[in-house]
Design a protein around this ligand. Sequence first.
Ligand code: DX5
Ligand code: ZN
Length: 223
Amino acid sequence: MRKHLIAPSLLAADFTRLAEEMEMVNQSEADWFHLDVMDGRFVPNITFGMVVIEAMHRLARKPLDVHLMIVEPEKYIESFRKAGADVLTVHYEACPHLHRTLRQIKESGAMAGVALNPHTPAHLLEDIIEDIDLVCLMSVNPGFGGQKFIHQTLLKIRKLREMADTANAKTLIEIDGGVGLQNAETLLQAGADVLVAGSSVFGAKDPVATISALKAFNAVFDC
Ligand code: DX5
Ligand code: ZN
């Protein structure tokens, strides 16, 4: 059975204590750091860029999963890779030449991810699924942490799982937005491989224990 990954999103961390928050994740059972880059154009919010990611990279002892919520991401792939990104995820809606952009990410040496907004159907990835290392399904509208999980995402996970299995692709399915102890098991059972968790981890009384609890859930697979 595959074991899922947990990727705490630093968007919900206390940035006045960033080093401490990162050390908490380093010492936890978390697998990746999820870093949300927003440009104020693709999404109505602005966060941080490569200068901050470069600093985070020096503090991180786990891979950096960088979620680019920006227009024209192809302009910055090499810079984010140089800053320390191990996974680079671009939005389907921001990439008119997705195949080329994915190739660019892989050539940089990072894993190539594609994120889908809640309204973007999973079947649009059918002809390119084999070239994608990770699909990030947005289960909230991107731009902000702490939003409510959009339940239609469940159906999308199942469709995507089936699509990847049919194509014999090793694509990971990541769920981003509104994920917590209340829905983690259902998401895993639907076929999710990576759970991003922001406010449910950093807003918890005991973030380390919450990460362990998210990691401990088991998925049930038919195969
Ligand atoms: C939203 C970001 C998410 C966000 C998730 O645009 O992509 O990664 O940090 O936050 P929570 O887990 O609080 O919904
Ligand atoms: Zn994200």
